[in-house]
Design a protein around this ligand. Structure first.
Ligand SMILES: Nc1ncnc2c1ncn2[C@@H]1O[C@H](COP(=O)(O)OP(=O)(O)OP(=O)(O)O)[C@@H](O)[C@H]1O
Length: 604
């Protein structure tokens, strides 16, 4: 609540100034005085005059009025229409759902500024057109938020209870459902207002928004830009007004979201409001990692002696990000994941390292606490859904069981939620499919069921071990899209284990390349793919088929864990190897990246 005070006061001050503009002792914002054009200061005009001699301070305050009026009006219309559509879609499903969700999807298909330009070009600039455009732009956000919240609220016991009491639908919707989804809708509203102020100024700047001489910040920036050389400070004032307003609103949105989140009322992604509106404009402090693995080492006792299939592995995953672990078969990817989950076979043992999840070392937790986290805050999807699903139980029951293992809900509510989850992961006719046994479903559908089970308790971290390997290419794409969509919607962090660099390129933010139990390269996907530093990463990339070109295979095979070569483990297969590679290798910092190759500088 304390975090709301400062931004709340700033926004209240700006809104108050805008509201009081007509009664404040300000000069007429449209009265021209050409003799004093571009004056830096005049008595009664502390910020000077613009290119037509109009008072800048007065125009900034009146401009706030224009910007905020458009922003609030459009957000209010979008909120009213979007929330109603989302409410009906989530409650009645069927045609209402199809109409509302598809309409939102269609709007979202257009880049916002293009859609705005299209409508403004068709209807001509003006305040009314602006409000219409912005309402259309922000409508899908409200539809989606409300729809998702209603879907989840529908299955709650308190809703079931009023239904059982025979309350009429409008009453359930207005008295029971709506108050429970008001938090996320309010956050969405504040986001829409802040975003609308930016777009309004942008369109006015382009001459497609507020019509002159009405004061508007966008128009002022446009005018000031033309006279930048004669009066540089003129440009500063409207830009400052816009920046301060947006920052105050974004801080308010973030504080509101946090306040609502604490009550557990929303599952909005933990993206800052400012990043949703102006992505990348204000880089932040790196958020603390959700999962931080450091120096993980696993030993396995075998009849021939102990082997070390995972050695000194470190990586970090942040909320809302996907980290991919790649490498050929036998490089230690799965053992790394199972060690983090506490699911190692009895012969295997973590001999060093930590795996901190939200600050707590998973490797050090009592088994009971770890069990509670598994399938709850941390979920896992395995490669082969056929062997991970129980063949003698219906899939709906298995999803419901995953829900009931972690939450105290009735069997009926869990079954209903299971159907919602199956629907959410893209299974058509979920009521019927829920009654099917695993063998009656296709491989892709079974994997979707596994994902439904994994997300049943809204995990904050999902570990997916080759979730698409057993599937054909088209089904693979569907599953990866689904994972990406869930990650965006819920803000969960994802660790994706895969053989496929194509999959990494499409879905991951960071990549860890493993070879023979060790991390050989680590960095952002963009950097690693654009400029691989380790010869093994290069070889993996060269082995990806591209067009008609024959991919270059990597000669040889991954060595066995009981026979690691001395020094660089990749050296026997590496075309760049020299005798120096027989020396012990360490992970070296290469800019933002880590690479385990003594020759990386020469090769780069
Ligand atoms: N229970 C076990 N006993 C002995 N060795 C094992 C055991 N489990 C795994 N290993 C060995 O540990 C090494 C790493 O296995 P891991 O399954 O982590 O590899 P991976 O990179 O995930 O491969 P894949 O992509 O094929 O799943 C392999 O060489 C494997 O033979």
């Amino acid at each position: 609540m304390k975090r709301l005070i400062l931004p709340g006061a700033m926004v209240a001050f700006i809104v108050l100034l805008a509201l009081l503009a007509p009664v404040l002792p300000l000069p007429d914002p449209v009265r021209q005085d050409v003799a004093n054009r571009l004056a830096a200061w005049l008595p009664g005009s502390p910020l000077g005059r613009d290119e037509f001699g109009r008072d800048i301070l007065s125009r900034i305050i009146w401009g706030a009025r224009a910007s905020l009026a458009v922003a609030f009006a459009s957000a209010a219309i979008a909120c009213l229409v979007g929330t109603t559509l989302g409410l009906l879609a989530g409650w009645f499903r069927g045609l209402a759902e199809f109409f509302a969700v598809r309409t939102a999807d269609v709007v979202l298909c257009f880049p916002p500024i293009l859609l705005a330009l299209l409508v403004v070009t068709l209807l001509g600039p003006g305040t009314a057109t602006l409000i219409l455009v912005l309402s259309i732009l922000y409508l899908p956000g409200f539809v989606r938020v409300t729809y998702a919240e209603v879907l989840s609220a529908r299955g709650q016991d308190y809703v079931e209870a009023v239904r059982a009491l025979g309350a009429p639908t409008p009453r359930i919707l207005s008295r029971t459902v709506l108050p429970n989804i008001a938090g996320p809708v309010l956050v969405q509203f504040s986001l829409a207002v802040a975003a609308a102020v930016v777009v309004e100024s942008g369109l006015s700047f382009l001459g497609l928004g507020v019509v002159p001489p009405t004061p508007s910040w966008g128009l002022m920036i446009r005018g000031a830009r033309a006279t930048m050389e004669q009066a540089p400070t003129y440009l500063l004032y409207p830009c400052l007004a816009l920046t301060v307003t947006i920052l105050a609103m974004n801080m308010l949105c973030d504080a509101l979201r946090d306040a609502v989140d604490r009550k557990g009322g929303t599952r909005a992604p933990k993206l800052r409001a400012v990043d949703r509106i102006l992505p990348g404009l204000f880089p932040t402090r790196e958020p603390a990692p959700l999962l931080e693995v450091q120096g993980l080492t696993v030993d396995i006792a075998t009849p021939g002696g102990a082997i070390r299939p995972v050695e000194d592995v470190s990586f970090a995953v942040r909320a809302g990000e996907t980290l991919a672990i790649v490498g050929e078969s036998g490089s230690g990817k799965s053992i790394t994941a199972t060690a983090v989950m506490g699911l190692l076979p009895p012969v295997a043992q973590v001999t060093a390292g930590v795996a901190r999840f939200e600050g707590r070392d998973l490797l050090d937790l009592p088994e009971e606490e770890r069990r509670r986290l598994r399938g709850g805050a941390i979920a896992m999807v395995f490669q082969d859904p056929m062997s991970s699903l129980n063949p003698v139980h219906r899939v709906g029951d298995q999803v419901a069981e995953a829900i009931r293992a972690h939450r105290d809900v009735s069997a009926a509510a869990a079954s209903q939620e299971a159907v919602e989850l199956l629907k959410r992961v893209g299974i058509a006719d979920p009521e019927r499919r829920a009654r099917a046994y695993p063998h009656e479903l296709s491989g892709g559908m079974r994997q979707r069921v596994m994902i439904a089970m994994a997300i049943a308790n809204r995990p904050r971290l999902l570990i997916a071990d080759e979730p698409t390997t057993a599937l054909d290419v088209t089904v693979q794409a569907g599953i990866l899209d689904l994972l990406a969509q869930l990650r965006r919607e819920t803000g969960m962090g994802v660790v994706l284990i895969t053989h496929s660099l194509g999959v990494v390129a499409e879905t991951a933010d960071e990549v860890v390349v493993m070879y023979a139990a060790q991390v050989v390269e680590r960095g952002t996907v963009a950097e690693v793919f654009a400029r691989p530093l380790h010869p093994y990463t290069r070889a993996l990339l060269a082995a990806v088929p591209e067009g008609d070109a024959e991919p270059e295979g990597i000669p040889g095979v991954v060595p066995r864990p009981d026979a690691w070569p001395p020094g660089c483990r990749f050296a026997p297969r590496c075309s760049f190897a020299t005798p120096i590679c027989e020396r012990p290798q360490v992970l070296e910092q290469a800019g933002e990246r880590l690479v385990r190759c003594i020759r990386w500088k020469d090769l780069a």
